[in-house]
Ligand binder design. Sequence first.
Ligand code: ATP
Length: 514
Amino acid sequence: MAQQEDVFKKIVAHAKEYGFVFPSSEIYDGLSAVYDYGQNGVELKNNIKRYWWEAMTLLHENIVGIDSAIFMHPTIWKASGHVDAFNDPLIDNRDSKKRYRADVLIEDHIARLDEKIDKEVAKAAKRFGDSFDEALFRQTNPRVAEVAAHREAVHTRFAEAMNAGDLDGLRQIIIDEEIVDPVSGTRNWTEVRQFNLMFRTEMGSTSEGAMTVYLRPETAQGIFVNYLNVQKTGRMRIPFGIAQIGKAFRNEIVARQFIFRMREFEQMEMQFFVRPGDEMKWFAYWKEWRLRWHKALGLGDEKYRYHDHEKLAHYANAATDIEFQMPFGFKEVEGIHSRTDFDLSQHEKFSGKKIQYFDPELNKSYTPYVIETSIGVDRMFLSVLCSSYEEQALEGGDSRVVLHLPAALAPVKCAVMPLVRKDGLPEKAREIVDDLKFDFSTHYDEKDSIGKRYRRQDAIGTPYCITVDHQTLEDGTVTLRERDTMQQTRVAVADLHRLIHSSVSLNSLLRKLK
Ligand code: ATP
């Protein structure tokens, strides 16, 4: 684990050193949980967004996109439940002055009890060998039974307090279970307070009377409130979807793990409107299809898993997360939710406008049900970055840091390098750049030794390097070096476009989704 943390630190440092991600406002010592994307980061991020957008809108003829505003009428957040319920319970430790989510402290405590049981079971398994009956042991071993009963009791109290919004109840669990602050080691806790995660600001000058508005905590509501507009103007027939990419803001209490949990982040969300009763079929479709989208990138199928929710939000009738193996464990990257008709019905109620669909096949009107797919761009970026990073030992004691980015997502597709800065080689190299740049993001690089130049491109994940030498002037061939294998082949300049295109185009990635 410590080794994994080390790797993660190196990835964060690499992201900064090579222009992927910078801390926000760095010359002013930064702003917590806010980050900027640099010259390479923005390209990688745009390519991720394009992959998602085109997979949704080009490959599905019944999905269209929108781009709604960040500011929306405040009543929208009343209707959606965010004003009243988008809260985290927080608690402070008076000694360390650290702030925690009370629910997370208790969940961690329950996880420790689970670990205790697992340890007992593992110990017994070792002792009994092949004859070990785990189920029987769990039922009959008095020590395990005692911890399990305790765990169940804590869990029940916790679930009841959470469901009832009982903040004193949460605090009492922390006190009774003698949960200590991991930093100070003390139990000097404040009261538990409800903390709404939405950022608030004011719209309009005060003399006119300012209105409190929110920075949206999710992009989905912009889709729901435009459902009628899109359905009518696009003459959409159910089932159909609306996709959107945009910024979202949450005043996260504990923000950590780099760009995994940010206060300003970006989401790619799609709401798929279906007939009531058909939602489970579509939920299964989107669950499978979204995982296929992830796996097509080739980051490693074993790095993904589903996490089906047992405890559902009151409006949902099915929910699953797609988790990715980050250096700090399996973590949610995307959520797929069956949200029933909750959002559209709420907006109908709060706006007083009829939001229904007339189904010509059934000859009746109804409020559509919704399947939502919701993925964080930044978390996706992090999963791509972490799984691509490798420190590789090379023959002869040399080493390199290489990003094995999926070629279609790489910020730079190819770099063209004259072997030396004379004899007409730079001119020839420029000529090649001037041709390739219309189709691929192409770098020209003539500084330092060729080996150093290759390393620089490896470090930002450039799939191809093209070296122009004296032979190029004679027979029109160049060396094409491939990033992962480092293999070099002599190819004709005239063939470059075809060779590069076949592996770096988004098109070839999208075709895998067929
Ligand atoms: P978590 O439990 O990790 O806080 P969530 O369940 O609240 O996430 P959703 O509301 O389902 O997340 O949001 C959908 C997606 O948006 C998540 O899967 C994640 O990729 C992304 N996301 C949510 N919150 C953040 C954040 N603070 N920073 C970066 N991405 C986020």
